[in-house]
Design a protein around this ligand. Structure first.
Ligand code: ZN
Length: 167
């Protein structure tokens, strides 16, 4: 089985919603919003990233057809089905690591004590949450609130769906 930290992604801007989900799962995921596909391909190759795209011209590139660069052609326009396709195509397993990577800037999060975030989170959150993480780049504080729980629930559904297919 592949270790989760080994897989890295480049998400093309035509499937941008995947960025959030993959970061949520704990994958190092860079979002490409430039115009030059060659630049995206070169970066992915250099950094060993798997490209996710709806653009067949990228899939037909020599570097992909020869297998030097892995790329997945996303079929659906709907983010949920896109995510299911990625989970199946790359055999992502249920051991995702939410709370590991900043959703905004793709930086690994760092643990913070309750005291350290005291004046930086809403009082209600401070009273009810004990675990916090901070992004060293944008300094956003993360905790396992309701929004976070809803995302994890959805992710679990994606992965469960995959498990059912295997039977
Ligand atoms: Zn950040």
């Amino acid at each position: 089985m592949r270790s989760i930290s080994n897989l890295k992604f480049t998400v093309d801007n035509n499937v941008g919603k995947l960025t959030k989900w993959l970061r949520m799962m704990g994958y190092d995921t860079s979002f490409f919003n430039g115009r030059d596909d060659s630049e995206m391909v070169a970066n992915a190759l250099k950094e060993g990233r798997v490209i996710l795209t709806r653009d067949t011209r990228i899939i037909e590139r020599r570097v992909v057809t020869t297998g030097r660069l892995k790329a997945v052609l996303i079929k659906s326009e709907r983010p949920q089905q896109q995510m299911q396709q990625v989970i199946e195509a790359l055999n992502l397993d249920s051991q995702f690591r939410p709370f590991a990577i900043c959703m905004e800037c793709n930086q690994p999060l760092q643990e913070r004590s309750k005291e350290q975030v005291k004046d930086r989170v809403p009082p209600y959150v401070f009273r009810t949450q004990s675990q916090y993480m901070e992004c060293p780049l944008c300094h956003r504080i993360y905790w396992r609130g309701t929004h976070w729980q809803a995302m994890v629930k959805k992710l679990n559904k994606f992965v469960e769906y995959k498990r059912k297919e295997e039977f």
